[in-house]
Design a protein around this ligand. Structure first.
Ligand code: DHB
Ligand code: FE
Length: 293
């Protein structure tokens, strides 16, 4: 049998003590999670014969990687896995439909400028002009006025403002309130695909896995409207070499959108469909910690 030692009374008692199950203080939910995760790691160490050296190499890697952990998580599929879990929960609750969700990613910033109907996103950069526009609709196709459409994307070099110091504050970020026809429109420049930071821990880890750290050109969306479920999604521009080879596993077929040249401006037309909220908390995005700009 596998994990004989982990399953022994001695180690089970150790795990109970590690997780503080022998005291009445602390947070029961945290205790439950710590007990399970440490136990699963002990099992993996035993089953895979992870040596002491390998264990400490792993721990030192994580210590060095700490500032990049939120970048590594998508590369290890955690963000997409959460989407699949949320899709399954929606399915079980009979709340399917609407534009598919996909990962938020680690680079959202709060407090971007708000505009009505349309916005020209802040930029000092030259780039290929782009307009991203569409209609926010309910599931019957009726437009939703006063929906809040938050958009953020990378520069022509794949950098994000507030993370890439060469970019102006709130560059390529904006919050647009839909007009009476449910329309939003952002004037900006075409983003390039993103690559994980060169020389960093994410890149080092992916190399050990024989993988790359590239994402296709993409545009992020948060959409919220009174009475509808908050939607976190993004579109991937068709034709990018990484559209179907995204290291963060965020591409979904329904979210691949063409950029059509109209008199030298890339037009990216994306309508979104919102599902009715069941309770007020559905209207909110997740409580994930986010950077305030
Ligand atoms: C990462 C970067 C992104 O721009 C994104 O949308 C998702 C993930 C990352 O660095 O992991
Ligand atoms: Fe992104």
């Amino acid at each position: 049998m596998s994990a004989n030692i982990t399953n022994s009374g001695e180690i089970q008692t150790l795990l109970n003590n590690v997780a503080g199950l022998n005291n009445a203080d602390g947070d029961p939910r945290i205790k439950e999670i710590v007990r399970r995760i440490v136990s699963d790691l002990f099992t993996a160490i035993e089953d895979l014969d992870i040596t002491e050296s390998e264990f400490w190499h792993g721990l030192h890697f994580m210590q060095a990687a700490a500032p990049e952990l939120i970048l590594i998580a998508p590369g290890l599929g955690f963000d997409h896995f959460q989407d699949v879990l949320m899709d399954a929960a929606d399915e079980k609750a009979g709340q399917t439909g609407g534009t598919p969700r996909t990962i938020e990613g680690p680079l959202y910033v709060e407090n971007a400028p708000v505009s009505n109907g349309e916005a020209t996103l802040v930029s000092d950069e030259e780039g290929d002009p782009m307009q991203v526009f569409g209609v926010i609709k309910d599931e019957q196709g009726a437009p939703i006025a006063n929906a809040k459409v938050e958009i953020w994307h990378a520069s022509k070099d794949g950098g994000y403002s507030h993370f890439d110091p060469s970019l102006k504050e709130f560059a390529f970020r904006g919050s647009i309130i839909t007009n009476e026809h449910g329309e939003y429109r952002a004037t900006s420049i075409m983003p390039s695909g993103y690559a994980c930071p060169p020389g960093g821990s994410t890149e080092a880890m992916l190399k050990q896995l024989g993988r790359h750290g590239n994402r296709p050109a993409h545009i992020h969306f948060f959409v919220s409207a009174s009475g509808y479920k908050h939607l976190t999604t993004q579109i991937n521009i068709a034709g990018d070499p990484y559209t179907f080879d995204d290291f963060a596993f965020a591409t979904r077929d329904e979210l691949v959108v063409d950029a059509n040249d109209v008199d030298g401006v890339a037009h990216v037309n994306f309508d979104l469909s919102m599902v009715k909220a069941v309770d007020a908390s559905d209207e909110q995005r997740s409580g994930r910690p986010r950077m305030a700009g």
